[in-house]
Design a protein around this ligand. Structure first.
Ligand code: HQG
Length: 181
C-alpha cells in the first residue's frame, strides 16, 4: 500500500465503522461496535475503487494508524472512537486529573457559554496529552486548547470512558469544568 492508498483506505474504514455501516450492508455488533474482518473486507471489496484490497492491507492500516483509530481482536475489528452511529458501550474509567480538548477560535464563545457538546458524534472527545488535542483542534481553524478539570466534572456526575491510546470520552462537559490554556 502506498501512503495515499493507506490514507484513503483508513478514511473508508472510518466511514464504515464509525458512521454509516448500513450504507455498506454491514451490521455492527450493537454492544462493542465490531464486525468480523471478513465482513469488513467483503464490504470494502464490493466498492469498485477498493476491489483489490486484501486482508493484509486492512491490517497494515490498523498497524500504521498514527492515532490507532482501529482495534483488531479475535478476528473482529472496530473503530476505537469517533462514532456518530450507534452508541457503543465503553467501560467507565478514572481519568487523570486534567484532560485536554483542542478546538478552534470560532467555536470558543459558544463552548464557554454552553460547554462541550458531542456535536455530530456520540461523545465529547478528550485527550490525556495536548498532542492529539492539538491535531484535532487545528483541523478547523485557529487552535484553542481547553483544559478539563475531571474531578470537578466527576462531582457533577459526569462519567468518563476510556477508548484507548490516551483518548477519553464523556457526555456534555459544562463550562464550569473548562479553562482555556
Ligand atoms: C466543537 C478526530 C460550538 C468541538 C479528532 C469540535 C479527534 C462546539 C467540534 C476526534 C461545542 C466537533 C474527535 C459547542 C464542541 N459549540 N462548538 N458547544 N462543543 N464543539 O470532529 O473532538 O482523525 O466531532 O470543539 O482528531 O474535534 O477522525 O470532534 O471542534 O480525535 O481519527 O465542535 O476525531 O480523529 O468536532 O474530534 P468533532 P473533535 P480522527
Amino acid at each position: 500500500l502506498s501512503q495515499t492508498q493507506e490514507k484513503g483506505l483508513s478514511k473508508m474504514m472510518s466511514k464504515l465503522l464509525r458512521h454509516t455501516p448500513e450504507d455498506f450492508g454491514v451490521v455492527l455488533d450493537p454492544e462493542d461496535g465490531t464486525c468480523s474482518i471478513s465482513t469488513l473486507l467483503a464490504a470494502i471489496q464490493a466498492q469498485s475503487r477498493w476491489s483489490w484490497v486484501k486482508q493484509e492491507d486492512i491490517e497494515q492500516v490498523v498497524r500504521n494508524s498514527d492515532k490507532q483509530r482501529f482495534e483488531i481482536k479475535d478476528g473482529r475489528i472496530k473503530a476505537r472512537y469517533g462514532h456518530s452511529h450507534d452508541k457503543i458501550q465503553y467501560t467507565p474509567g478514572n481519568p487523570p486529573a486534567i484532560l485536554y480538548h483542542g478546538t478552534n477560535m470560532k467555536a470558543l464563545p459558544s463552548i464557554l457559554k454552553e460547554g462541550l457538546r458531542p456535536m455530530g458524534r456520540q461523545y465529547v472527545h478528550l485527550s490525556e496529552g495536548t498532542h492529539f488535542a492539538a491535531l484535532a483542534g487545528s483541523r478547523r481553524g485557529e487552535l484553542v486548547m481547553l483544559q478539563v478539570d475531571t474531578s470537578a466534572a466527576k462531582q457533577q456526575g459526569i462519567t468518563f470512558y476510556y477508548a484507548g491510546n490516551e483518548v477519553w470520552l464523556s457526555d456534555h462537559m459544562p463550562p464550569s469544568c473548562l479553562s482555556v490554556i
